[in-house]
Design a protein around this ligand. Structure first.
Ligand code: HEM
Ligand code: HEM
Length: 174
């Protein structure tokens, strides 16, 4: 089988776009603690809308990558296996975090409006007993993503600056 040398343009574009979207998401989450009343409501609404968009973009990105093979990670077979495992974990978190936000909103009895275009159906009845529990899960998953993505980014920079290979360049420059 011929070796794939670089990531396709859609993969690179979606990787960069979603990196930017995650930075916006964590900034909005931080802003939630600094705002009150109508402004906080506005921040939460934008957070929810972008979060739902992330879910669908992750599905799109996953199906594209499953049908268009990318290059193998550079390193020993064990390192390559670890890198791929981390990518799988990142996909899992990109899908599960928005779902946990959706479940949390339903348990709070709040609707999820996507930029005012449409409203997601409420599939679970509001239940204040699980309110705190769902908030803790959403928050813990978001923290896990920060740690895993942080390690992933650190490894990419290690490849670029220490090992001086093409790992970073082939994702950001093609
Ligand atoms: C896609 C990635 C997402 C990330 C990385 C993310 C991250 C976060 C973080 C870090 C917080 C703050 C938690 C805390 O202060 O302990 C938060 C709060 C929240 N998120 Fe998300 N979230 C995402 C998607 C969503 C989605 C799709 C929804 C709903 C459909 C949602 C709904 C909420 C709500 C309701 C809160 C709590 C707001 C409040 O304090 O009342 N999130 N999120
Ligand atoms: C500054 C932050 C980041 C840097 C420098 C970075 C760098 C990279 C690099 C260089 C690759 C290619 C690895 C290879 O060719 O072997 C890659 C792939 C990947 N990255 Fe990142 N990344 C960052 C943030 C993220 C974030 C926030 C996510 C998801 C939440 C993510 C998810 C992925 C995934 C799933 C792949 C595999 C290719 C794909 O399916 O798109 N990355 N990243």
């Amino acid at each position: 089988m011929q070796e794939v040398r670089s990531w396709s343009a859609p993969t690179r574009g979606l990787h960069a776009l979603m990196l930017f979207m995650f930075i916006v998401m964590y900034t909005l989450a931080e802003l939630m603690d600094w705002t009150h009343g109508a402004s906080k409501h506005e921040v939460v609404e934008i957070h929810k809308s972008i979060g739902v968009l992330i879910f669908f973009l992750a599905l799109l990105r996953l199906s594209w990558n499953l049908t268009h093979r990318g290059p193998e990670p550079i390193g020993t077979p064990q390192q390559a296996k670890l890198a791929k495992g981390v990518h799988h974990l990142l996909y899992l978190l990109m899908l599960v975090i928005p779902l946990s936000g959706y479940v949390m909103s339903m348990l709070h009895g709040k609707s999820v409006d996507i930029f005012g275009w449409c409203t997601l159906p409420s599939l679970i009845a509001a239940n204040p007993a699980f309110k705190e529990w769902s908030e803790n899960i959403h928050s813990a998953l978001a923290t896990t993503l920060l740690i895993v993505a942080g390690g992933h980014a650190a490894m990419a920079l290690y490849h670029h600056f220490v090992l001086k290979d093409v790992t970073l360049r082939r994702m950001f420059k093609g």
